[in-house]
Design a protein around this ligand. Structure first.
Ligand SMILES: [Zn+2]
Length: 182
């Protein structure tokens, strides 16, 4: 989950009362607050009207900006797609899943912290490449050489987006690609 700084207003709203499922009263009292393993927050509440007790579970939902491609198409940023692209580049490399997760997390946080509603696809591509360079030389070269077979950066990033990129194993000197059907 991307790291987010909660603004005071967001924090205040997280303590908002819930409508009682039994009597409809909109005021309650929080008896207990617990952070779950998945990062969601569980609150035990007591209705101020009928004294019934119930729990709520709050999950942080992040609205990612749109990724804008060269042709103007927009689609919501997807951390899963970044993860998948990184995993392909790092196949059979001494890179742990945790490291790949951390990179995807950093990229997702970067996208959110830009504070814009849109991010150009080529910027995301550049960021992925910069992260890979720091992570693993071979993964970086793989990525970069596949990247060069495309006409331009954008085409490459589009292929990432479409998850059509298919890396052959690291023993092969030639990198081949599945046909792309954009
Ligand atoms: Zn009630």
């Amino acid at each position: 989950m991307p790291s987010l700084v909660l603004t005071p207003s967001r924090m205040a709203s997280s303590f908002q009362s819930m409508k009682c499922p039994f009597c409809g009263q909109t005021e309650d009292r929080v008896l207990d607050t617990r952070v779950q393993k998945d990062g969601s927050i569980r609150r035990r509440r007591e209705c101020l009207g009928c004294k019934a007790r119930y729990s709520t579970q709050e999950t942080l939902i992040v609205d990612y900006p749109f990724v804008v491609k060269k042709d103007g198409r927009r689609e919501p940023f997807s951390k899963e797609k970044i993860l998948s692209g990184l995993e392909k580049a790092c196949q059979k490399r001494p890179v742990s899943h945790a490291q790949i997760e951390a990179v995807a997390e950093r990229i997702a946080s970067w996208v959110i912290n830009r504070g814009e509603t849109e991010v150009p696809a080529r910027l995301v591509g550049k960021r992925v490449i910069a992260e890979l360079k720091a992570l693993d030389d071979v993964a970086y070269v793989r990525f970069a050489s596949v990247y060069r077979t495309f006409k331009d950066v954008q085409e490459f990033v589009d292929s990432l987006d479409d998850l059509e990129l298919d890396f052959v194993d690291s023993n092969s000197p030639q990198l081949t690609l599945k046909p792309l059907n954009p």
